[in-house]
Design a protein around this ligand. Structure first.
Ligand code: AMP
Ligand code: ZN
Length: 483
């Protein structure tokens, strides 16, 4: 498998440190508000990576943190504490806010068929792990105490910027709008490992430490949680592209200085979901949630399909029109799967393998999900029996996770129920498509026939024909298709 590695800036062959297990770490959500569908784009694409690795035979151990402490409103070390801000907004305790939005996050993930990682660890659970790392960094001179806080000293590193060729001035905290320079720092990129003195004296969660009562910086939590559960070597670290700097850059700085060796081999970054007015952002407050999509009548899995239709390394523009199109494609896809009938025929192994080869090749090429979706459509068109098609669809859906088989089963059930409601008169769409207007006209034609009003029955048939709908009478019903 080839995976684009932000650290090498090339598509690299993926080779895990150990053949037995792929160790994967994901930056989890900051739980001071609902996740927006941009955040969830990142988690959908990371879910595809994990599932594809499993699909091609790897064992995967995936760990994710929950940022329930320490993430400040700016990506620098200043700004307001996001959890505290959420607690104030809702007049609740920080822990209540964390619990509520963690549950909401996993509920959204469930609706999008995003698998829960093997280990989910709230940052507040691992204070001792951070203290252990920071203590060693202090002992070895990588960290210093200044103005009540412990900072990482970036001047000790030979190479600090890993992922980009940013102009160092652009990254200067002091020149960013609305962010004051922290005069305790020796170097502009130094970052806080442990706060005892921050602007927020009312910071709710504090712990004792060798440097005084305080709380950890944001970056240290991911190094600490990763090492706690995955040890000293990591295969893949994922996150949205905004995490590359400073978060992941700082994670590498502190982890490798602590360990004394390379830490993580592959860095996977998902590009942003944007709206016409720019990046969808949680802190700006203007964001779309899964609940809102549902309220507007969209299936969350149509959003998943929307994400899969484009590559994770391209930014994606959200619009309602784009989502309408994805919902339409999703409905049609389910209808086409529902139109397949299992007759208990043997799976044609040659056809199955040919289809699968194309699917795997797409995902093996840096997770080309849009080609993988094309490979799924190829199954429907392929010249083979329906049992083979259903087997291939169920197989691909282990990775795509669009609930294709379950939804198609439900669609068939719905069609059957409709037939019963219509009084033993069965209306069958040859493609599985549902169209209540067409169905109503077919029923009206049937009523006319029953009333021996054959002129009216013929008129309805002609009307449907003019609209491109062909109907054929079958025992106790009629079938139809678009021509
Ligand atoms: P947060 O909860 O803000 O820590 O973000 C959770 C995840 O969503 C991180 O991996 C971010 O990099 C990612 N993320 C944030 N905004 C977007 C966006 N607009 N599109 C895609 N991913 C995003
Ligand atoms: Zn992280």
């Amino acid at each position: 498998m080839k995976l684009y590695n932000s650290a090498t800036r090339t598509k690299d062959d993926f080779v895990p440190n150990s053949p037995d297990i792929v160790k994967m770490y994901t930056c989890g959500p900051t739980v001071y508000h609902f996740a927006h569908i941009g955040n969830l784009r990142s988690y959908i694409m990371e879910d595809i990576l994990e599932k594809h690795l499993r699909y091609v035979g790897y064992n995967v151990k995936r760990v994710m943190n929950i940022t329930d402490v320490g993430h400040l409103t700016s990506d620098a070390d200043e700004g307001e504490d996001k959890m505290l801000k959420g607690a104030k907004r809702e007049n609740k305790s920080v822990m209540d806010i964390a619990r509520f939005y963690t549950d909401a996050f996993f509920s959204d993930c469930g609706k999008l068929n995003i698998k829960t990682p093997d280990v989910v660890e709230p940052a507040t659970n691992c204070i001792d792990d951070y203290i252990k790392i920071i203590t060693k960094l202090m002992d070895t001179g990588y960290a210093y105490f200044s103005g009540g806080n412990v900072y990482f000293d970036t001047s000790r590193l030979e190479k600090y910027y890993i992922f980009n060729d940013f102009n160092a001035d652009d990254l200067d905290v002091g020149v960013r709008e609305g962010v004051e320079e922290d005069t305790n720092k020796r170097n502009k990129n130094d970052f806080v490992l442990w706060f005892t003195k921050s602007k927020f004296e009312d910071q709710a969660l504090k712990w004792d430490s060798p440097w005084g009562v305080g709380y950890p910086g944001w970056h240290i939590e991911c190094s600490g949680i990763s090492m706690k559960h995955l040890g000293e070597d990591l295969d893949i670290h994922c996150g949205g592209i905004d995490n590359a700097f400073p978060h992941h850059t700082n994670e590498i700085a502190q982890s490798e200085s602590y360990l004394g060796h390379k830490w993580c081999n592959y860095w996977m970054h998902v590009l942003h979901l944007n709206t016409n007015s720019g990046k969808m952002s949680k802190s700006k407050g203007e964001f779309l949630t899964v609940a809102l999509l549902e309220e507007k009548g969209y299936d969350p899995l149509a959003y998943r399909l929307f994400c899969l239709q484009s590559h994770y390394r391209k930014s994606l523009v959200f619009s309602w029109e784009n989502l309408d199109n994805a919902q339409g494609s999703y409905n049609k896809l389910i209808n086409r799967v529902a139109a397949l009938k299992s007759t208990g025929e043997a799976v044609d192994e040659n056809a199955f393998n040919a289809l699968k080869e194309k699917f795997v090749a797409a995902l093996d090429n840096d997770l080309n999900t849009s080609l993988a979706v094309t490979a799924l459509y190829d199954v429907l068109k392929y010249n083979t029996n329906d049992d083979t098609k259903l087997a291939a669809i169920a197989d691909f859906d282990k990775v795509l996770s669009l609930s294709l088989i379950e939804k198609a089963d439900r669609r068939r059930e719905d069609l059957k129920k409709q037939a019963v409601v219509a009084g033993q008169f069965t209306i069958v769409s040859e493609t599985g498509e549902q169209d209540s207007e067409v169905e109503a006209k077919i029923l009206a034609r049937q009523d006319a026939k029953k009333a021996k009003n054959f002129a009216e029955a013929d008129r309805i048939r002609d009307e449907l024909k003019a609209a491109g709908i062909e109907i054929t009478d079958i025992p106790h019903g009629a079938k139809w298709k678009r021509v």
